[in-house]
Design a protein around this ligand. Structure first.
Ligand code: GAR
Length: 194
């Protein structure tokens, strides 16, 4: 299956997914990285991993529709079948949602529906929860909403500071996301063959 990863920041999940593809754990290829920020570290990872990367900055377009149409053009040129959001800090609009119905997934660093939005790890830490975690879900028009595909819990110890929680969350993300991407690919395959 032909995959695109969207990232706005560090891109550690992007790299974990490319690693799983190389290891044969994902039956697909990462065709392209889409980045909405020109200074995202994910771009350096893409170069090292030899994955084509495109920077499309929304502010350079007249509207969200025009921005997403430009993204769509790139996706179509790589025949992308599944979009993987990996730290893409932007709401997906109707243009992409209708072109890729049930084919956009996202990872979020909390047990949704708890702590949606920005700095979910900080929100959970400040709330003093003893268990948080990671969610992978299908994307709809809302912020970190959409049907949940997989979740994994992370325990917060009394001795953990926010950075320690973040490290635990990221370690879980880097194993849960590739595994879940493979499940989604298998599901899509079944749907297509029905
Ligand atoms: C990840 O923790 C991901 O769950 C989060 O951004 C981080 C990106 O890290 N996404 C969200 O908060 C989405 N609402 P990465 O760039 O190193 O993969």
């Amino acid at each position: 299956m032909k995959l695109a990863v969207f990232a706005s920041g560090s891109g550690s999940n992007f790299e974990a997914i490319v690693g799983a593809v190389h290891a044969g754990d994902i039956a697909g290829t990462v065709q392209v990285l889409i980045c909405d920020k020109g200074d995202a570290f994910a771009l350096e990872r893409a170069e090292r991993l030899c994955i084509p990367a495109y920077v499309l900055e929304p502010r350079k377009y007249g509207s969200k529709v025009e921005y997403e149409e430009a993204v769509l053009q790139v996706l179509r040129s790589y025949e992308v079948e599944l979009i993987i959001l990996a730290g893409y800090m932007r709401l997906v609009g109707d243009t992409l949602l209708s072109a890729y119905e049930n084919r956009i997934i996202n990872i979020h660093p909390s047990l949704l529906p708890a702590f949606p939005g920005l700095d979910a790890i900080g929100q959970a830490f400040d709330a003093g929860v003893k268990i948080t975690g990671v969610t992978v879900h299908y994307v709809d028009a809302g912020m970190d909403t959409g049907p949940i595909i997989a979740q994994e819990a992370v325990k917060v110890e009394d001795s953990d500071n926010k950075e320690a929680v973040q490290r635990k969350i990221q370690a879980v993300e880097h194993s849960l996301y590739p595994k879940t991407v493979q499940h989604v690919i298998e599901d899509l395959g079944r749907r297509i063959n029905q």
